[in-house]
Design a protein around this ligand. Structure first.
Ligand SMILES: Nc1nc2c(c(=O)[nH]1)N[C@H]1C(S)=C(S)[C@@H](COP(=O)(O)O)O[C@H]1N2
Ligand SMILES: [Mo]
Length: 337
């Protein structure tokens, strides 16, 4: 069934999916939201409008990705009345230190990243470990489009339409053992194609590592992404497989993943290792806990310029408290930042 969705370039998220469209979609499809925690999301759109993101540079999608587009569930909206960040900003203002530390470096340098073939290893505390070619790894999963805020710890933010699948679906496949308490993600280490790994920027002990508590990973908002703006991930955004956890600072959302391990101990993560008093393991977006060197009460929503800085207040859990706050009941988020 084809459902018309207005252009995202119309800017206002409210224009992209006005209430009337949610309502008519619901009426037409009668779709239910079984298992979903999105309060503002009555249903999925069932078909893509190819012109939905008209400013998007065409990619070179691998066959398995194109095959999945027909069954993709489009447009789970978790963000109301906020513009989707233009593709140009989302792909030219990046943090991906493997390709340099300036915001423009990843777009400039990540062309050298070879995403085909790509191998993903699943190991540790699982009943079904394995080593997969990416196209085989992806076989069990239906893609879903998720429009999420992304809040970097540096106090800038974007709204990005990702395409991926819940980590919970992966965990169902690999069957964590009773000893599994955390999930650890590792980025590719390949100094030949990643100039940042051979440069003098020695603060990072490569590979880049991130992790989640198992119950955090099970939350339906936590996804592994393979696409954005209706196409495969550009290299600079972490192709071909990355984590997206929208209620946490951006550095948790590790890019270009080659290894996923279920572990019993809290993993040692990259930014925590660099500066534990500035970057915690939890890294939940929290306007009341400042970074030692700057406030986290506000953020700069891209695009942002000298004359229109586009400053907005930062929301607790990046606005996803309703879905995730219960994960932290009884914890002191000042201590476990
Ligand atoms: N491997 C790896 N993953 C990474 C980073 C990185 O330097 N290396 N930077 C992180 C940071 S700080 C942010 S804010 C997001 C940025 O994602 P984006 O460039 O797709 O917006 O990626 C995160 N994932
Ligand atoms: Mo970040």
């Amino acid at each position: 069934m084809l459902i018309k969705i207005p252009f995202a370039s119309a800017c206002k998220e409210s224009d992209v999916t006005p209430e009337s469209i949610y309502l008519s979609r619901r009426a037409v499809l009668g779709a239910s939201l079984a298992g979903f925690a999105f309060s503002a999301l009555p249903s999925w759109a069932q078909a893509a409008d190819p012109s939905r993101y008209p400013d998007v540079e065409a990619g070179k999608p691998p066959g398995w990705f194109s095959d999945k587009l027909t069954s993709t569930k489009w447009q789970a909206v978790t963000v109301q009345n906020e513009a989707i960040t233009p593709f140009k900003d989302a792909t030219h203002y990046n943090n991906f230190y493997e390709f340099g530390t300036d915001k423009g470096d990843p777009a400039q340098n990540a062309g050298s990243l070879k995403t085909e073939p790509w191998t993903v290893v699943i190991d540790g505390e699982v009943a079904k470990p394995g080593r997969y070619a990416l196209e085989d790894f992806m076989k069990p999963y239906q893609l879903e489009e998720r429009i999420y805020r992304l809040r970097c710890v540096e106090a800038w933010s974007m709204v990005i339409p990702w395409m991926g699948f819940p980590i919970a679906a992966l965990l169902k496949q690999v069957e964590p053992t009773a000893k599994a308490k955390y999930i650890r993600f590792e980025t590719l280490q390949d100094p030949k194609t990643m100039p940042g790994q051979r440069s003098g920027f020695a603060l990072i002990d490569w590979p880049y590592v991130e992790g989640l508590r198992l119950d955090e990973a099970m939350n339906p908002l936590a996804i592994l992404a393979v696409g954005m703006y209706g196409r495969e991930l550009p290299n600079q955004n972490g192709a071909p497989l990355r984590l997206v956890v929208p209620w946490k600072y951006g550095f948790k959302s590790v890019k270009s993943i080659v290894r996923i391990s279920l572990v019993s101990e809290q993993p040692k993560t990259t930014w925590q290792s660099i500066s534990a008093n500035e970057y915690g393991f939890y890294a939940n977006v929290n306007p009341t806990v400042d970074h030692p060197r700057w406030t986290q009460a506000r953020e700069r929503r891209l695009p942002s310029g000298l004359f229109s800085p586009n400053i907005r207040p930062t929301e607790m859990f990046n606005g996803y408290g309703e879905q995730v706050a219960s994960l932290y009941t009884g914890m002191d988020l000042r201590k476990d930042y």
